[in-house]
Ligand binder design. Structure first.
Ligand code: ZN
Length: 259
C-alpha cells in the first residue's frame, strides 16, 4: 500500500530534532511520496535541504503563502519564478487567499494568487490552494484562469457538499486531512458522498493532527489514520483509498498514471 501525503511541512523547525525518525515512521506506514509546499523566502532553504536529503520520497513545491503576502510581495514573486525556472519543483504552492485574521493585503493577495496561477500554467504544474474566509473569491479566480493547463487541489477542504460540487466542476480535487477524523467537523459525512477520484490525502503536518493523536504534533505517518477514516465512511478497503488517491496525486503532481 502506497500513500501520498500531498501537503505537509516536514521541513519546518518543529521536526529539526527527529526528522530522520519522522521519515522512517512515514515509510513504515506506506507514506512513500511526500509533497512539501513552500511558505515564503524564509522557509526556502529548509525546504531545499530536506528535499535534497530525502530526494527519493520528498518533493518540493514552490510558492508564496497568502499570509506571507506583504509590502514586499513583488520580490517574493520574483523569487518564486526564479525557482520555478530551475524545473526542480512538482507543484506551485501553497498559494491562495486568507482573510481570516488580516485583510490588510487583500488586493495584494489576489494579485499574488492570480499571478501564481499563471505561473503554474506557464510551467505546467498543479497548484496547492490555501483558502480561508475567502472560498467564493478563490474559486472565482480559479474559474477565471481555468484552462487545460490549470489543475490542482483545494488543500485542507472543510466545506459543504455544495462547495465540493463547485470545486469538482472546475476539475480540481479536494485535499482531505485530519479534520475528517474530528467528531464535530461534519466533514466525514461530506466525504462519504464524494467520488473517491475527487479527493487526495494530506496531513498539513505539524498542524491538524488526526484522531487518535489529536492535540499532539502531526506527522506524515498519521496520513494512515486519515486514509482509514475515509475508508470507514465510504465502506471500502483502506488499500483502495490508498491506490485511488495516490493515483490521482500522481496524475496531478507527477504526471503519470500509476504509482
Ligand atoms: Zn500548509
Amino acid at each position: 500500500m502506497v500513500l501520498t501525503d500531498t501537503h505537509t511541512h516536514l521541513y519546518l523547525n518543529d521536526f529539526d530534532e527527529d526528522r530522520e525518525e519522522i521519515m522512517q515512521n512515514a515509510l513504515e506506514k506506506g507514506v512513500e511520496r511526500i509533497l512539501l509546499p513552500n511558505i515564503d523566502r524564509t522557509t526556502l532553504l529548509q525546504l531545499k535541504s530536506m528535499t535534497a536529503l530525502f530526494s527519493e520520497n520528498c518533493f518540493p513545491m514552490m510558492g508564496l503563502h497568502p499570509t506571507s503576502v506583504k509590502e514586499d510581495y513583488e520580490s517574493e514573486l520574483a523569487l518564486v519564478e526564479r525557482e520555478l525556472k530551475t524545473k526542480n519543483y512538482y507543484g506551485v504552492g501553497e498559494i491562495g487567499i486568507d482573510l481570516y485574521r488580516d485583510k490588510t493585503f487583500e488586493e495584494e493577495q489576489k494579485d499574488a494568487f492570480r499571478r501564481q496561477l499563471r505561473l503554474a500554467k506557464k510551467y505546467q504544474l498543479a497548484v496547492s490552494i490555501h483558502t480561508r474566509e475567502a472560498f467564493d473569491m478563490t474559486l472565482q479566480m480559479v474559474k477565471e484562469e481555468l484552462n487545460n493547463d490549470l489543475n490542482g487541489v483545494f488543500h485542507c477542504f472543510t466545506g459543504t457538499l455544495e462547495d465540493a460540487k463547485k470545486i469538482m466542476d472546475t476539475g480540481f480535487k479536494m485535499g482531505i486531512g485530519g479534520i475528517v477524523t474530528f467528531k464535530n467537523s461534519g466533514l466525514a459525512a461530506v466525504v462519504s458522498r464524494l467520488p473517491l477520484e475527487s479527493i487526495v490525502l494530506e496531513t498539513d503536518a505539524p498542524f491538524l493532527t488526526p484522531v487518535p493523536f489529536r492535540g499532539k504534533r502531526n506527522q506524515s505517518a498519521y496520513l494512515f489514520y486519515v486514509a482509514q477514516k475515509v475508508a470507514e465512511v465510504k465502506n471500502i478497503p483502506v488499500e483502495e483509498v490508498a491506490e485511488v488517491t495516490s493515483n490521482t496525486a500522481g496524475i496531478l503532481f507527477f504526471n503519470k498514471k500509476k504509482v
